[in-house]
Design a protein around this ligand. Structure first.
Ligand SMILES: Cc1cc2nc3c(=O)[nH]c(=O)nc-3n(C[C@H](O)[C@H](O)[C@H](O)COP(=O)(O)O)c2cc1C
Length: 218
């Protein structure tokens, strides 16, 4: 299994990385960690319309080299601190470039969405308040839908201001459990068993059509 971890924290030894490290420890497969915050320097989509007609992107930067690797991966982890209620800006810029996949589906009709991949979301937050995760989960569901990925889990370590993520036993255990669930999902897929049981947002494009196909597969 090939897993790509998109990290949106500037802190290499911070709270988010503590959870990523725990998750990676339990994953059976090849893991590539990409620090989107300061390694890639990817610009946001400029809505130039290029990808409505052609695959790829008109902007030539760190994203171009990575698109093939993204499409070849089996699973994705988005790992970010919460900034102003959502994932960090560099991750949002980076993910806006996935518009080329969406345009493949809608305009070029050269890609299909069949929820063949898996995704895990890891987030750390300084504080905690009622329904703080709502807006970020909508964004993350949207990103995973562009990556063709059903969701294994959303994992949070909250109140890192008072409880460091590396001491948050609940969050660390959830990282371990999510990694094991991901391993099982991949094993099911490899063995030709039914594997389209992961959660995905019912609001996304083509979902009805795909849900019908999935059930036929069963
Ligand atoms: C610019 C900025 C914005 C932040 N916004 C939020 C926020 O909206 N909600 C929250 O709970 N914590 C917020 N925090 C705190 C971080 O989410 C928290 O410290 C996080 O655990 C840091 O993770 P890291 O060590 O991986 O960078 C913010 C921190 C920064 C620097």
């Amino acid at each position: 299994m090939k897993v790509i971890v998109f990290v949106g924290s500037p802190n290499r030894k911070g709270h988010t990385m503590a959870l990523v490290d725990e998750f990676v420890k339990h994953v059976a497969g090849e893991v590539e960690i990409i620090n989107v915050f300061d390694e890639l320097r990817v610009k946001p989509c400029i809505d130039c319309g290029y990808c409505r007609k052609k695959p790829g992107c008109s902007i030539k930067d760190g994203f171009s080299g990575i698109l093939d690797r993204i499409q070849a991966a089996d699973a994705y982890v988005i790992a970010s601190p919460m900034w102003f209620g959502t994932i960090t800006g560099p991750l949002l810029s980076f993910f806006s470039r996935l518009q080329t996949i969406s345009c493949g589906l809608i305009f070029r009709k050269d890609t299909v969405s069949n929820w063949d991949k898996a995704g895990v979301f890891i987030m750390t937050t300084g504080s905690k308040w009622h329904s703080m995760a709502k807006s970020v989960e909508t964004t993350v569901e949207f990103v995973f839908s562009h990556l063709d990925a059903g969701i294994v889990d959303f994992i949070y370590a909250s109140k890192t201001d008072v409880l460091p993520a590396k001491q948050n036993r609940q969050a660390l255990t959830r990282c371990e459990m999510a990694a094991k669930r991901l391993n099982q999902w991949y094993a099911d897929k490899q063995e030709g068993k039914f594997y389209k049981y992961l959660y995905h947002s019912a609001n996304y494009l083509n979902v009805e059509e795909n849900t019908m196909k999935e059930n036929q597969h069963a």
